[in-house]
Design a protein around this ligand. Structure first.
Ligand code: SAM
Length: 274
């Protein structure tokens, strides 16, 4: 009764380990996010497996069924559409339930887009914060990015084609034009591209050719370097309180006066909070 968490390729089908193949051949059931998609991978590997659908919408309900199967002595491998399961992919509820039921869970490590991108980014990799996908709506996205303004660790984000530019514009507003970002696109695939620019230049680079905006992306964002001009969270709090009662221009001016900061900088921050 073992659950194997098996990483699969993120593009290049050769990025599967010998051990992953061995486990996928050996288990009784392969639980997969999209059985059709994973069926093709297994077919490519020459593996005939009994597939079981486990995706975001049925995971909680189906986990119990899989737990019963595991308890009865069945072995199961969990895979996702790409990369490492549970990393922005289903599996958390199942693994948690296994731990609660003292069922053996074994990792079969392999590809993960975040780690692959970090390994080539050339930004500090001794400490990093995995942030996954940002909220879809701009207001929520900006609010969340504001909480990362003083994050000193390198940050890793996943992003999709249709939100890439909006996200970068929000990062420009919140982090400033000079924030260094490494964009890792289509890793391990034919159109793999890795570029490193300050955010404003990165936006220009993407706008130069619309094809550059298409694909799967990881954004590696440099951490904050502490300086004397750091915005104290109290400043943001004051600005937020004042903007409830006053026009932004006035609120920014008063906040600037209180904390001895530049009103234009606070005005820009206020705009991003709106
Ligand atoms: N579990 C996966 C992993 O281990 O990386 C992540 C799954 S998440 C649903 C999919 C996102 O991962 C994509 O939208 C993209 O941001 C990122 N991603 C996956 N494959 C990628 C690749 N080949 N190149 C760049 N980013 C990729």
């Amino acid at each position: 009764m073992t659950l194997y968490i098996v990483a699969t390729p993120i593009g290049n089908l050769n990025d599967i380990t010998l051990r992953a193949i061995e486990i996928l051949k050996k288990v009784d059931i392969v639980a997969a996010e999209d059985t059709r998609h994973s069926g093709l991978l297994l077919q490519h590997l020459g593996i005939k497996a009994k597939l079981f659908a486990l995706h975001d919408h049925n995971e909680q309900e189906k986990s119990q069924l899989l737990i019963e199967k595991l308890k009865s002595g069945v072995s199961i491998a969990l895979i996702s559409d790409a990369g490492t399961p549970l990393i922005n992919d289903p599996g958390y509820h199942l693994v948690k339930a296994c731990r609660e039921n003292e069922i053996n869970v074994v990792p079969i490590p392999g590809a993960c887009a975040a780690i692959a991108a970090l390994s080539v980014a050339g930004l500090p990799s001794d400490k990093f914060s995995y942030e996954g996908f940002l909220p879809a709506k701009s207001k929520a996205r900006v609010d969340y990015l504001m909480t990362l303004v003083n994050e000193t660790r390198t940050m890793i984000f996943y992003e999709s084609t249709h939100r890439l530019l909006d996200t970068l514009h929000d990062m420009q507003t919140v982090f400033g034009a000079d924030k260094q970002i490494v964009l890792a696109k289509e890793l391990t695939k034919t159109w793999e591209t890795i570029v490193s620019y300050p955010v404003t230049q990165l936006i220009n680079w993407l706008n130069e050719d619309i094809a550059r905006q298409k694909g799967e992306f990881v954004l590696i964002v440099e951490g904050h370097t502490k300086t004397d001009t750091d915005i104290d969270p109290n400043v943001i709090h004051t600005l937020k309180l004042l903007t409830k009662e006053l026009p932004l221009k006035k609120a920014a001016a008063i906040t600037a006066e209180i904390y001895g900061l530049k009103k234009n900088q606070l005005y820009q921050i206020g705009l991003s909070l709106e």
